[in-house]
Design a protein around this ligand. Sequence first.
Ligand code: UDX
Ligand code: ADP
Length: 454
Amino acid sequence: MKRICCIGAGYVGGPTMAVLAKHCPEYRIEVVDTNSERIAAWKTDDLPIYEPGLLDIVKQVRGRNLFFYEDVEGHIDEADIIFVSVNTPTKTFGHGAGRAADVQFCEQTARMIAKCSTKPKIIVEKSTVPVRTAEAMEAILQANDKGVTFEIISSPEFLAEGTAIRDLEEPNRVLIGGRPTESGRRAIQEVLDIFAHWVPKERILTVDLWSSELAKLTANAFLAQRVSSVNAISALCERTGANITEVASAVGMDDRIGRKFLRASVGFGGSCFQKDILNLAYLCEYHGLPEVAAYWQQVVELNEWQKKRFVRTMLKALFNTLAGKRVAMLGFAFKPGTSDTRCSPAITIAKLLIDEHAELSITDPKALENARKDLPDARSCTFTPDPYEATRGAHAIALVTGWPEYSELDFERVFQDMEKPAFIFDGCDLLDHEALVKIGFHVFRVGAPPIVPS
Ligand code: UDX
Ligand code: ADP
């Protein structure tokens, strides 16, 4: 039986290995992580991450050919192939703080692999990394004193949270980047053979290492750029009386542009977009391309502005003071379908509201545990899974995550229990605005002028 070890049991490593185990029963797959709580949770039916469809697959393969361990070093040497799925957050300290990616976990992993290995291995970079991280990992790996050889492959993961299982089961492409040497080509083939178990061959793209790394950053930058573009126009719609949903659907019908990622919002969130663009901009600057860096940096700046703009709209509508007012935040995850709150626009919005001395009641079907951690010092916040409790006594509702269940709420009941005038700020264009106005709400939308009861 061939053995695969995956270092990092997070949003990428966990689902990816579960789907791989399902389709490749002849591989024994061991997922390791230094976070013992996370590993313990993977062994239960209360998984450490929420992802639709994931638990079903984990139940099929756990104990068959998928195993979880907290002892990282103990499972490295037996593996023929090691997937590295550790986190690469934006650096918070030193040179490049707030912009460059913090690759310390990648380096730690490379050192650990070098230390524990007595036989050759293929190392597959799954985490999104700055271009040429593979080169650094390779240098550390090859410097081992046992003469062990390693082949580095870059195969960035394109899954989106909330749809991870579908994205893994039916990826629109799998990218495998490697060295153009004889052993590099063999390693590419070996990784390709794994994915070919379920991915049609024409969707598996083999490229060079650096193109693979840069393709991931570029894909995320392009997607985020679309969101910032549509959010920029949303501000103009609010001023001119146009409606961003109508503008976006007209624009998206041009198949050179396409319909996806044209939904105006309170801003994009998630662990990748901001990090990858900052990283791309940093990389451009490093390589003496300040104009290119500034071009991409603006996508992030527009996104920050969009979040602030949402709070400014609230402040203005609520008679220029939020002090002591209760604001119900519907949603906290960075998008529906996930418990993840990393870089969620909700965090910035909550902090800005707290700065205005608003009292927040936060609700989310899956992300409350993370929300509590994101706002550790917020004494003026309460957290409840019940949206009716969150909105009771509120002056305003800020809908910041488009969970479909929020469109099913009994808004007559919500309205009865709120302070008047009752305001709704729909940051996700989710609700039936005309119906809300009929009930008596003052409705504010992203990308369209407000509508109020006559
Ligand atoms: C993204 C990429 O889609 C994925 O390919 C990559 O591997 C990781 O980064 P993810 O962050 O999970 O995935 O979510 P995504 O669906 O891309 O949404 C990112 C953010 O953009 C969310 O906050 C979402 O609400 C926002 N968004 C998305 C919009 O505001 N408008 C849109 O039209 C689409
Ligand atoms: P992603 O969204 O990229 O999967 P996560 O933060 O969800 O990011 O997961 C990354 C995981 O990698 C975390 O659970 C973290 O504990 C783990 N990790 C980081 N560094 C190491 C390391 N050196 N050895 C083992 N696991 C690590």
